[in-house]
Design a protein around this ligand. Structure first.
Ligand code: SF4
Length: 218
């Protein structure tokens, strides 16, 4: 694990990525009632499972201010969290729905919405200190579940590990260390609309990864 140089949460108006700041501001000008900022993680610091997504979707988390809330990717993620006992309450795609995560936290590798859901390498690197700090802030952490290759690779780098030694794949599982303790690193294809519409990721495939996560925190 690298030296922690940031807080676990970025300021909402984080200025560090000029392209993302410009995009945020352009969306803000069109949609002033949306959140339009660095989206904070969702969950409590006693989480044993940390889910690392890619970045806020423009009409999802960037609009509502809660990760995976307000667009398709969240529908599958929150239904699966519920099925495996990682949430309480009813997900209604609204940060005021009263949903609570139990033993889990959701964050993103990149905290601000990127154009076309595609952050560039410099932005992923710039945001990584927040991910490092987020991981370091979870004393009970046992499992990290990465959604997609960008998340997987950035998490490996946050843990001070070499990407080439831990290749990404759907359902990959590695035993690594975080915060000086053993942690299971699971990865899945991202639960995006594209991946589910094309059949690259089915609900059954997604649930199989969560079944592993449930086993690893038990
Ligand atoms: S993506 Fe991360 S580092 Fe870049 S502006 Fe947003 S919060 Fe800051």
């Amino acid at each position: 694990m690298k030296k922690i140089t940031a807080a676990p949460e970025a300021p909402r108006d984080c200025p560090l990525c000029p392209r993302l700041v410009a995009y945020r501001e352009a969306v803000q000008a069109k949609e002033p009632t949306w959140f339009n900022g660095a989206v904070p993680s969702f969950g409590k610091d006693n989480a044993e499972l940390l889910i690392v997504g890619l970045a806020p979707g423009v009409t999802g988390a960037n609009r509502t201010g809660r990760p995976f809330t307000g667009d398709w990717a969240g529908d599958l993620l929150y239904a699966t969290l519920d099925k495996f006992g990682f949430s309480e309450g009813t997900f209604a795609a609204d940060p005021n729905d009263g949903l609570k995560l139990t033993g889990a936290m959701i964050t993103n590798a990149v905290r601000c919405v990127p154009p076309e859901n595609k952050p560039v390498g410099a932005e992923i690197n710039q945001c990584r200190p927040f991910l490092e700090a987020r991981i370091a802030s979870l004393p009970k952490l046992k499992v990290i579940l990465c959604l997609g290759k960008i998340s997987h690779d950035s998490t490996l780098r946050a843990l001070g590990l070499k990407v080439a030694q831990y290749p990404f794949g759907h359902g990959t599982k590695y035993e690594v260390a975080a915060n000086g303790k053993p942690v299971t690193l699971l990865s899945s294809y991202h639960c995006s609309r594209y991946n589910t519409n094309t059949g690259r990721l089915t609900p059954e495939m997604f649930e199989a990864v969560f079944a592993e996560a449930r086993k690893a925190v038990a």
